[in-house]
Design a protein around this ligand. Structure first.
Ligand code: PEP
Ligand code: MN
Length: 361
């Protein structure tokens, strides 16, 4: 099933520079800070849009909540001086109105707003009859339908220069990232809406400037259309997200070192080899599925025995043994303990589901 969005072909409005980069400070703090950042990031000619947060949705009160409307003319003037369109985040109808009044060129909806259909609808209503590009960040929770729903609401009022921003998800999983990327979600969005541009925000995924280059490279290798990277003329004194902002020099180096690989190759040897390797993968996958199926047959038999003998489904000791033993086997074969754990968790959940069914029959 594909999602029908009425959108303008991305080649017509996303700057053809590859990748399309939106950069600038997390927050506009002063006229001078945004102008100096803009001048320095524009000089390398790698950036397509200057960003700056005006209203900041902060997790805890008493943090810097943004400079407010007074910062919009500073942002716009900085963009004019360096010749870049400017973008900011809107969370309410009145933000949209203020942005339109100050000729802001591009808007985005933040992760904490996308989760709330009332807020998204309020923004959509304020955008009726307006012709401006809008990006929708993923909701902070890993819920693809909420993300799609927000895109649909904005599209329904006639915004056709529409894009999505992947900024990672807040989960309970322990991770080196501030927000786990869960790449499978933007990949699924891409499958459902193949024409929708998706850009990645490695800054909010990483939460730390050192991880940004790796996340950005991965995003390009997954065929994302661009990047939103927070940059600040002096990150150490930034009033929000200081750890994840990069200096203009760092930004330039990150972009310069990105490898832009193509999705196809004209080399016939490459095509033949890829074809051959893919057919091996096809066979292995088929084997794996048959093996999983045989394993589940045994699981069902065990379920029936447990039922006959009035024994409970979950046997913790056995599960602990499986985890330890399979991790050892996996590691000997070069598979990471994390991967084995995830795979076994999935198999175990399905086994419990099947045995519960048997028990209740
Ligand atoms: C931001 O881009 O500064 C921001 C607040 O992002 P997010 O909505 O992804 O948290
Ligand atoms: Mn930020």
């Amino acid at each position: 099933m594909k999602i029908n969005l009425n959108i303008t072909n991305k080649a017509k409005w996303l700057n053809p520079k590859v990748p399309y980069v939106i950069s600038g400070p997390c927050s506009v703090e002063s006229e001078q800070q945004v102008l100096e950042t803009a001048k320095q990031i524009a000089s390398a000619k790698q950036v397509s849009v200057l960003r700056g947060g005006i209203w900041k949705p902060r997790t805890r009160p008493n943090s810097f909540e943004g400079i407010g409307e007074v910062g919009l003319p500073w942002l716009k003037a900085a963009g004019n001086i360096v010749g870049l369109p400017v973008a900011t985040e809107v969370a309410k109808a009145e933000h949209v109105e203020a942005c339109l009044k100050h000729d802001i060129d591009v808007l985005w909806i933040g992760a904490r707003t996308t989760v709330n259909p009332f807020s998204v609808q309020e923004i959509a209503d304020a955008l009726k009859g307006v012709d401006i590009p809008v990006f929708v960040k993923n909701p902070i929770t890993p819920d693809l339908n909420l993300w799609i729903g927000a895109l649909e609401r904005i599209n329904a009022v006639g915004i056709t220069r529409l894009g999505a921003i992947h900024r990672g998800f807040a989960t309970h999983e322990k991770s080196v990232y501030r927000n786990t990327p869960m790449w499978e979600l933007p990949i699924e969005l891409k499958m459902l809406c193949p024409d929708l541009p998706i850009i990645c925000d490695p800054s909010h995924i990483s939460g730390n400037h050192e991880l940004i280059a790796g996340v950005a490279q991965k995003a390009l290798d997954l065929e994302m259309d661009g990047l939103m990277i927070e940059s600040h003329v002096n990150p150490t004194v930034a009033k929000s997200d200081a750890e994840q902002q990069v200096s203009p020099d760092e930004l330039s180096k990150i972009i310069e070192e990105l490898q832009v690989r193509s999705s196809q190759s004209n080399n016939q040897d490459f095509a033949n080899n890829l074809e051959r390797l893919r057919s091996i993968i096809d066979e292995i996958d088929e084997d794996l599925i048959h093996k999983f199926s045989s394993r589940m047959d045994v699981v069902e038999k065990i379920g029936a025995y447990k039922k006959d003998n009035e024994v409970i489904i979950l046997q913790l000791e056995r599960w602990e043994y499986i985890l330890k033993n399979r991790t050892e086997i996996g590691q000997k074969s070069g598979l990471s303990a994390g991967f084995i754990k995830k795979l076994l968790d999935l198999i175990h959940q399905e086994s419990i589901r099947l045995q519960t069914k048997v028990m209740n029959e």
